[in-house]
Design a protein around this ligand. Structure first.
Ligand SMILES: Cc1cc2nc3c(=O)[nH]c(=O)nc-3n(C[C@H](O)[C@H](O)[C@H](O)COP(=O)(O)OP(=O)(O)OC[C@H]3O[C@@H](n4cnc5c(N)ncnc54)[C@H](O)[C@@H]3O)c2cc1C
Length: 503
């Protein structure tokens, strides 16, 4: 099937960013938009899509995942890493925690030479994206965006989530009603983008509303191989089956693993690596595939009292490993209670929000059906391990604080007998993994920055008509789970693209 052979804008990847871009850009009736997606399309209602939300701590594969396996940096282990492969992308398989991050996250992007990305400017995009059922259009929130967000009320919370918040307060943490308020730090209900247990993916929100437009075509089961380039500009996309799509504008939204792989297969990347693979060099861009980072995640495990439930996580503490930090660098949150071999169990999860370690995405083959070579680079920077250890100790302190302490029976991992720095570091190394928030592999920055891949609107430096707009362009990871920031990032770029003709 060739739904459209010649379009104004082709978007590769119908995930968080791709869904926003397709919906926003097709609002212009005179712009033809083709959205290519490697995975299946379950239509506006979601069909068999795995849209039921369960325990957010239970990050795991679905049938609609790329099945990548990555190196874990200094840990000398390999592990599956996840990325949705269907219309909706990772927004259709993720765990619905809907957080914006801190003003400093975005102000730092702007200060690094990315005009337009300050928190105040991003706030406009966050407001446009959301329909916040709790705060409406008050306090910097939006009430009419496509993505519904709400929090569980105290009465709705299961007792272990309620007592977790009480113990956070007892341990001296501020209690907050809204984690998405400007510069909020403390313990409170988690904003979730789910309605009646159904994940509000871009398939069910942005695309559901847009796909009836005659100028938007969604083409599932279409894996892009590479960008077609001629005379210094992008002219279209070649699919893995050899078909060509001609376009005046090519927008890559294939995610932090997929977008750098596409650029590399197109001959845009580090020259030495392209040479090794026999890929003709279009442009030597050392930053393509570099700067991969994700939030490292630890899981303290406990035997517990209570009934197993299948619910998303509902409460969250953000805190600083060191009081001198200007923004929180740790998230701690309880999982749902699960049935274990010997009785009910639960976890306290600890994520490091500002990791310094970096990994990379490269290719092992120019063949688009061969998985990229991913290393997430965990603990490659010496500052990350002590901060994770501090997070582990902070979680333990909460587990020992009443009334949450009464919900727990005993610490199964790492085990209370481990208490020295050395013993805890060894345990962390054995268990650490990623939170599944990869970013940074096509980082944005000014043309004067030799490691920058795209400019502050996503246009690839030195190649006309080609942009990358997804989590891969974030220069540094926000202090938040990355779906809502990616939706806002795509909205922000779409806002500018709408007002300019095809590049
Ligand atoms: C298991 C899991 C749980 C998560 N939980 C949360 C959470 O609770 N809260 C949160 O905020 N964030 C969460 N995230 C992270 C968040 O979902 C991602 O940061 C966000 O979806 C990234 O958006 P993206 O547009 O960059 O990529 P994606 O949404 O992954 O979209 C990329 C799309 O491109 C397609 N694609 C890739 N290569 C090609 C190709 N060659 N040809 C055609 N199509 C291609 C993919 O199939 C996919 O549909 C989670 C992620 C995962 C995987």
């Amino acid at each position: 099937m060739t739904p459209a052979a010649d379009v104004d804008t082709v978007i590769v990847g119908a995930g968080s960013a791709g869904g926003v871009l397709a919906a926003r850009l097709s609002q212009q009736p005179d712009r033809s938009v083709l959205l290519l997606e490697a995975g299946p399309d379950f239509g506006p209602e979601g069909g068999q899509q795995p849209h039921e939300v369960s325990d957010a701590a239970d990050v795991g594969p679905t049938r609609y995942d790329w099945g990548h396996v990555a190196g874990l940096g200094e840990l000398q282990r390999r592990s599956p890493v996840f990325a949705g492969r269907l219309v909706g992308g990772s927004s259709a398989t993720n765990n619905v925690m809907a957080l914006r991050g801190q003003p400093d996250d975005y102000d730092a992007w702007a200060t690094a030479g990315n005009a337009g990305w300050s928190y105040d400017q991003m706030l406009e995009a966050f407001v446009r994206v959301e329909n916040d059922g709790d705060f409406g259009d008050q306090n910097g929130h939006g009430a009419s965006g496509p993505v519904s967000i709400r929090r569980y009320t105290r009465c709705e919370l299961p007792s272990h989530q309620r007592t977790f918040l009480d113990s956070c307060a007892a341990a001296g943490n501020p209690v907050i009603a809204d984690h998405n308020a400007r510069a909020a730090v403390g313990a409170g209900p988690l904003p979730l983008n789910a309605v009646a247990g159904v994940r509000q993916s871009t398939a069910l929100t942005y695309l559901a509303a847009a796909r009836e437009r005659s100028n938007l075509t969604v083409w599932p089961h279409a894996t892009a191989d590479r960008v077609l380039l001629a005379d210094g500009r992008a002219t279209g996309v070649q699919l893995a089956d050899g078909q060509h799509v001609a376009a005046r504008q090519v927008l890559l939204a294939a995610g932090a693993y997929g977008s750098p792989a596409l650029l590399l297969r197109s001959g845009i990347g580090p020259a030495a690596h392209l040479r090794q693979l026999g890929i003709p060099i279009w442009r030597d861009v050392p930053g393509v595939g570099a700067n991969l980072h994700d939030h490292p995640l630890l899981r303290l495990h406990f035997s517990a009292h209570g009934q197993p439930q299948s619910l998303p996580c509902q409460t969250l503490l953000t805190t600083r490993s060191d009081p001198s930090l200007t923004r929180p660098d740790l998230q701690i949150f309880p999982s749902a209670i699960a049935a274990g071999e010997t009785g009910p169990e639960m976890s306290l999860l600890v994520a490091l929000l500002q990791p310094r370690s970096r990994g990379r995405v490269l290719l092992t083959s120019p063949n688009p059906t061969v998985a990229p070579d991913i290393d997430v680079g965990l603990l490659t920077h010496p500052e990350d391990l002590p901060r994770l250890r501090a997070g582990l100790r902070r979680a333990r302190q909460l587990a020992g604080t009443s009334p949450f302490a009464e919900q727990l029976v005993s610490e199964m991992w790492p085990g209370h007998e481990l208490s020295t720095d050395q013993a805890l570091d060894q345990a962390i190394r054995a268990q650490l993994n990623v939170y599944q928030h990869p970013v940074g592999t096509c980082r944005m920055g000014p043309a004067t920055d030799p490691t920058a891949v795209v400019d502050p609107l996503g246009w690839v430096h030195g190649v006309d008509g080609l942009a990358v707009i997804d989590a891969s362009i974030m220069p540094t990871i926000p202090t938040a789970n990355t779906n809502l920031p990616t939706l806002a990032l795509a909205d922000h770029c779409a806002h500018h693209l709408e007002t300019t003709p095809p590049h």
